[in-house]
Design a protein around this ligand. Structure first.
Ligand code: MSP
Length: 512
């Protein structure tokens, strides 16, 4: 089995500064990347910015700035956000970079050579906000404005010379591909949406624009720029040094294991992208996962609606790990989820401070008073001890499959349940009444420490900083920990010294 793993986030439009929806796509991808790394994989994790097209050109014009300069500035805010969110990405791609332009133009040439592209005329609807073409039956009039029924965004009528990709030819081959790869699109509800869209018939796709210039030129006709989605999707292979398909990076990491995206951009990733790749004789990615939206109230956040939640403000106020944990815990992964400050505060209090924080504090303080901050020796596991320890050790296959199927809520809930069980165990065992029975007292403390170690490792992909703070009690650093080691019920070395523990999470006083 290959031990390489490639995961990507969508590349973000630098038309405005990042919001919580962007942070969400990135954080959930990071959780998977970090888990796979902890599980011994060589992980390539890509994010970046999608800088061409009319949407960006107009945003730059509004500010009266040159498009490239405009992108340079906002792209930087996305790069900084990756740092603020503690993403473990291994690359950050910008579609205005030479490596990408070369890659897109090469893919175009191959599609042309393979007779997949022809010149004709486009007349139809276009949404600049979605950078998408819509059919007549996908457009409605609302308050005197024509809008897409799919996204709700404004559309405009376009008539111009355009190159077309022969998408209609790929309808049956795509259906066969989905059938042969039943987990290509997840979650299943999204797969069904895509299947019915493709079954309803595919029309050839306009893949160039002539009426504006902010994009990658069609190599054989400089009057046209390449459609921004053909440009943007190619980023996933540009970053692997495509067109050099013999390059080690490309060989190791393509096809991608997971393209993590929001459900609004599923059609581009699950229909157009595999069709372009199949047409160019390149393998499609293994998985496209369309997550739900973060809602602000009942609505999707967007610049035009003016209801943006700023991830930086939340990180400043509550701390990064609290935000990361909350997003994982609160949103049932795959569905939409609405986030509020009130729910965030109660999650910090109940799951982080009361459940995890409390477990760590009470076990370590008890150890300090009774075992001198040493990992106890003379331990003898009984049934209750093994029940708790094995809850994690025996479930390693399910834990891995949660991540491999992107069942992030199952993963998170499993951890929360372990913390709860561990607190209950410590209460029920009442080690403070066992001072006369050293072996029993030692065993309870040892088991509790082991569970803290295991839970902290499982939490590492979600809240890396806090997890490392806790693991540091055992003198364990990032490079020492692995998923495999959670199988071991006796990993901690007796008589090794523990460090004291500081406060992990401050409880939020609702009256503050
Ligand atoms: N540039 C394209 C993606 C190209 S990928 C080859 C794009 N950019 S975007 O900036 O508009 O959105 C990027 C991602 O953020 C999408 O996956 C989108 O679903 C996600 N989100 C934007 N708003 C969101 C929420 N309110 N909630 C969750 N994610 C949403 O599309």
């Amino acid at each position: 089995m290959s031990k390489n793993f490639y995961i990507t986030t969508p590349i973000y439009y630098p038309s405005a500064k990042p919001h919580m929806g962007h942070a969400y796509s990135s954080i959930v991808s990071d959780v998977i990347a970090r888990f796979k790394r902890l599980d011994g994989y060589n992980v390539d994790f890509l994010t970046g910015t999608d800088e061409h097209g009319l949407k960006i050109q107009r945003a730059a014009e509004e500010k009266g700035i040159d498009a490239k300069k405009f992108c340079d500035e906002i792209s930087k805010t996305f790069r900084n956000l990756s740092k603020t969110l503690n993403l473990s990405n291994t690359d950050f791609i910008r579609t205005t970079e030479d490596r990408h332009i070369k890659s897109v133009q090469n893919l175009w040439k191959i599609l042309e050579q393979k007779d997949q592209i022809y010149l004709s005329k486009y007349s139809g609807w276009y949404s600049v906000s979605d950078e998408a073409f819509y059919n007549d039956d996908e457009v409605n009039e609302k308050n005197g404005i024509n809008v897409s029924t799919i996204s709700g965004s404004k559309v405009e009528w376009v008539e111009e010379e355009s190159y077309f990709f022969k998408l209609s030819k790929w309808q049956n081959k795509l259906l066969k591909f989905y059938e042969d790869n039943p987990k290509f699109i997840l979650p299943v509800t999204r797969r069904n949406e895509v299947l019915s869209f493709v079954k309803s018939g595919l029309k050839d796709l306009s893949v160039s624009r002539k009426s504006f210039s902010w994009g990658i030129k069609v190599p054989s006709n400089k009057d046209h720029v390449i459609y921004v989605w053909l440009d943007a999707l190619t980023n996933y292979i540009s970053a692997l040094n495509y067109p050099d398909t013999q390059d080690i990076k490309y060989k190791n990491f393509w096809p991608a294991d997971v393209h993590m995206i929001g459900k609004d951009i599923l059609r581009f990733h699950a229909v157009y992208w595999p069709a372009f790749l199949l047409a160019a004789d390149l393998p499609p990615p293994k998985r496209v996962y369309g997550h739900g939206w973060i809602l602000s109230g009942d609505e999707k956040m967007s610049k035009s609606k003016g209801n943006i939640l700023d991830p930086l403000e939340i990180v400043d106020k509550y701390g990064l790990d609290c935000l990361r944990f909350y997003l994982l815990k609160e949103v049932s992964f795959g569905n939409d989820g609405s986030i509020t400050q009130e729910k965030l505060e109660s999650c910090i209090n109940s799951d982080l401070a009361n459940n995890f924080g409390n477990l760590c504090q009470r076990v370590i303080s008890f150890n300090e008073k009774n075992c001198n901050l040493l990992v106890p020796e003379n331990v003898n596991f009984e049934k209750d001890d093994l029940n708790l320890l094995n809850k994690i050790s025996d479930n390693i296959a399910s834990i891995r499959s949660y991540i491999d199927n992107q069942e992030l809520s199952l993963y998170t809930n499993f951890i929360i349940d372990c913390m709860f069980q561990a607190n209950k165990y410590f209460n029920d065992q009442e080690p403070w009444k066992k001072r006369a029975d050293v072996v029993r007292l030692n065993t309870i403390v040892y088991v509790s420490l082991e569970i803290i170690r295991k839970v902290s490792i499982l939490l590492n992909p979600i809240i890396p900083d806090t997890s490392l703070k806790v693991l540091d009690i055992f003198n364990l650093k990032q490079k020492h920990i692995s998923i495999e080691s959670i199988k071991d019920n006796k990993c901690l070395v007796s008589n090794s010294k523990l460090k004291k523990i500081g406060i992990l999470f401050k409880k939020i006083d609702k009256n503050d």
